[in-house]
Design a protein around this ligand. Structure first.
Ligand code: BGC
Length: 456
């Protein structure tokens, strides 16, 4: 009994360290929200340049996850996590001391590389160390960490801005905002020393003895032998080459991962994450109220992620995804109608919170759980990296096109700002049907059992 408890404490401990990658993912993507206004005035940026300073990080994200798959299959999961921590520290210092916009953009891209890497590496690593019955819960910790990072940086930005007057903020405040990222980055880097390499990666790379030692600490002798046996059995049935990725047997799982990644984004979450204050202002709130409402939104996101953490291994992935996407779709339909009939602000806030809660309960964490566990180990790194590249690209397209749709005079005249909500709502129903028809339930199965599903 005591030893099972120790095992659980150990897995939870290393999971928490790995989720610091998620925390920095949230921190780095949200830090810009507080800094961008001052950066614009300091460097006297045109709207196009302002957009580039903000979105350049995304270019880094896409490149980061594209490279991380190969690097992690080749050099191991832990080394690549260390690389991301270094990139986070470099971006923090670099952006803080940038002399001109080119410097700032280069350091934003470096940070983006870190985000891209961490966005896929933390979930993969956690999925590979976690015993199957706690895997969904542990991978969902990462989503919790992403939101914690976002809320933390909103508060840090707020506190920094409150320290000085407008002219201090213009000269130095934004530099402190960017620079503040160095602290969690160094903490992440330092704590990575304490985590082991992924036992699955070790076993697949002929380091079975090392893998056994780690599995013993994670789940005891019986667990270690069972896992090693399963890992070695699946090894026989796999090809080692990159071509395995395009093996017809795995094509379907590759496509499922990609479609899920895209649908997570085109259901519109980051429209609310990135533009919430603007949406609230358009609906009649003042600046302070809009910022406050955004913080409330962050806490709802966090609270319902906890519900997902507690239920994902009990209820399963599919029920959560289906209930969540249904709820999101309904909320978006109603939001579209309210925008169309130009209804009052308080009601609108209620449905936005409903939408965010449904996302946090399901599509937010569970998409990451599924895409980090459905691939065979040998291709997991590269396959997840492909899916994540699609995720970030879809994210970029949604965040670029939302303002274009929302400001389009013809659409405004016809739909009164309801159009984009309906498009995202439609995507929620497509997601619902896709999960129902195409995604297998992976609750409680070992990664090797999941792998066999595709070979059958
Ligand atoms: C998504 C991010 C999003 C975050 C918000 C994650 O699951 O991948 O794009 O910003 O959730 O909570």
């Amino acid at each position: 009994m005591q030893s099972i408890k120790n095992n659980i404490i150990y897995v939870t401990f290393i999971t928490i360290i790995a989720t610091l990658g998620g925390l920095l993912f949230g921190y780095d993507t949200a830090v810009i929200s507080g800094a961008i206004g001052f950066v614009r005035d300091y460097f006297d940026l045109s709207p196009a340049m302002m957009g580039w300073v903000a979105s350049s990080a995304l270019v880094g994200c896409i490149a980061g996850c594209a490279a991380a798959g190969y690097l992690s299959d080749r050099f191991g999961r832990k080394k690549v996590l260390i690389l991301s921590a270094i990139l986070f520290a470099v971006t923090g210092v670099g952006c803080a001391i940038a002399r001109n916009t080119s410097g700032l953009v280069i350091y934003r891209i470096i940070g983006g590389l870190g985000v891209g890497i961490a966005s896929m590496m933390s979930p993969i690593y956690i999925a590979e160390i976690a015993p199957s019955k706690m895997r969904g819960r542990l991978v969902s910790y990462n989503q919790f960490a992403i939101i914690t990072g976002m809320i933390a940086v909103y508060l840090v930005n707020y506190l920094i801005a409150a320290r000085g007057n407008e002219s201090w903020n213009l000269q130095s405040g934004w530099r402190w905002m960017f620079g503040s990222e160095t602290i969690p980055a160094l903490l992440f880097l330092g704590s990575l020393i304490f985590i082991p390499e992924s036992p699955r990666w070790l076993a697949k790379n002929d380091k079975v003895e090392k893998a056994r030692q780690i599995l013993l600490k994670i789940g005891g002798p019986e667990f270690a032998e069972k896992e090693l046996k399963e890992i070695s059995e699946t090894e026989i049935s796999e090809s080692q080459s990159f071509r395995a990725l395009f093996n017809s047997k795995f094509r379907i799982v590759l496509i499922i991962g990609i479609v899920l990644a895209i649908l997570q984004q085109v259901t519109g979450i980051n429209v609310f994450m990135y533009y919430a204050p603007e949406i609230f202002k358009k609906l009649g709130s003042g600046t302070n109220a809009a910022l406050l409402q955004t913080i409330i939104l962050g806490f709802f996101n966090m609270g319902f992620t906890v519900v997902a953490i507690m239920t994902v291994d009990r209820f399963g992935r599919k029920p959560l995804m289906m209930i969540g996407s249904l709820g999101m779709g309904i909320c978006l339909l109603v939001l579209g109608l309210m925008a169309y009939y130009q209804q009052s602000a308080l009601w609108v806030l209620g449905f936005i919170l409903g939408y965010i809660s449904c996302f946090a309960l399901s599509v937010g964490p569970v998409t990451w759980v599924i895409i980090s566990e459905i691939y065979p180990t040998r291709i997991r790194g590269r396959a997840l990296s492909i899916a994540t590249v699609f995720l970030w690209t879809a994210n970029w397209i949604v965040s670029q096109t939302f303002p274009m749709m929302d400001e389009n005079p013809w659409l405004i005249e016809k739909f009164h700002h309801g159009f984009s909500f309906w498009i995202y709502g439609l995507m929620c129903f497509i997601l619902l049907i896709f999960v129902w028809r195409k995604v297998p339930e992976t609750k409680g199965k070992s990664l090797e059992e999941i792998e066999k599903l595709w070979l059958r």
